[in-house]
Design a protein around this ligand. Structure first.
Ligand code: ATP
Length: 235
């Protein structure tokens, strides 16, 4: 099991592949516990593919890597994927809420799927995460009664249910207007300040300038790292 000094992500000479095509090669980087990094790069440069590899939706065919202490090679085809996913919070641009049930039931669905028991315990956890994202009064609402920003907060609450070590976010502010994007970003900063590592793919350079952090950039099949060699942010 990981110790407190174990990074949450460790990739060494990793190959990120889509089918038979190499998207990124020789990817080497480490994300420490509680660290925050952006993931940038042009459309099609490999951000989503890298994130998918990290949550074992794509295999790691060459190189080595661990996420939350789980070795990635061969993991995507094993029955251990759910154990990895319980250590992660995964947030996509399109919210993927279940629109046929309330906010509380969306969260309950995940608690039930991840082995929680005890009605009172589950209600308590749902209240806690909704409070955390500033939606204490939204439990009984249906997703369509919420704004886009509020729906994204529910998605973030859902990702926090199992106290993840790491949040992987793919364009979490992509469909939101600038003010709402800023409030979602502040929420990510708060969550990160409380100790959860965050890797966030984004095209929003304004947010990066406003909340400067380490930047990983997918470019021409490689991953550049601002912590090793600073680069211009412009696309
Ligand atoms: N399901 C798939 N099957 C085959 N190739 C894919 C698949 N998804 C993406 N690709 C290809 O992999 C490459 C990287 O795509 P990826 O979605 O990782 O880029 P991205 O940087 O996340 O782009 P965007 O900013 O548009 O989301 C692209 O060439 C893309 O066409």
């Amino acid at each position: 099991m990981p110790t407190s000094a174990t990074p949450v992500i460790e990739l060494h000479d990793a190959y990120i592949m889509q089918d038979v095509n190499t998207v990124l090669q020789k990817v080497t980087f480490t994300l420490e516990k509680g660290e925050f990094a952006y993931l940038v790069g042009r459309t099609g440069s490999g951000k989503s593919s890298l994130l998918k590899t990290l949550y074992a939706d794509l295999p790691l065919p060459a190189g080595s890597g661990t996420v939350a202490g789980f070795p990635l090679p061969k993991l995507s085809s094993s029955d251990k994927v759910p154990f990895l996913r319980r250590k992660l919070g995964i947030i996509f641009q399109d919210f993927q809420l279940l629109f046929d049930r309330s906010v509380a039931d969306n969260l309950l669905f995940v608690l039930n799927a991840t082995g929680w028991s005890g009605k009172a315990r589950k209600q308590q956890r749902i209240s806690e995460v909704l409070m955390r994202v500033g939606l204490a009064n939204a439990a009984s609402k249906m997703p369509h009664q919420l704004s886009g920003g509020e729906q994204q907060r529910v998605v973030i609450a859902r990702a926090l249910l199992n106290e993840p070590l790491l949040l992987l976010a793919d364009e979490p502010t992509g469909n939101l207007d600038p003010d709402v994007a800023d409030s979602i970003m502040r929420l990510f900063v708060e969550i990160n300040n409380a100790g959860t590592a965050v890797l966030m793919a984004t095209h929003n350079y304004q947010l990066i300038r406003q909340y400067p952090r380490r930047v990983l950039k997918c470019e021409q099949g490689q991953l550049l790292d601002s912590a090793i060699a600073p680069f211009e942010l412009a696309l």
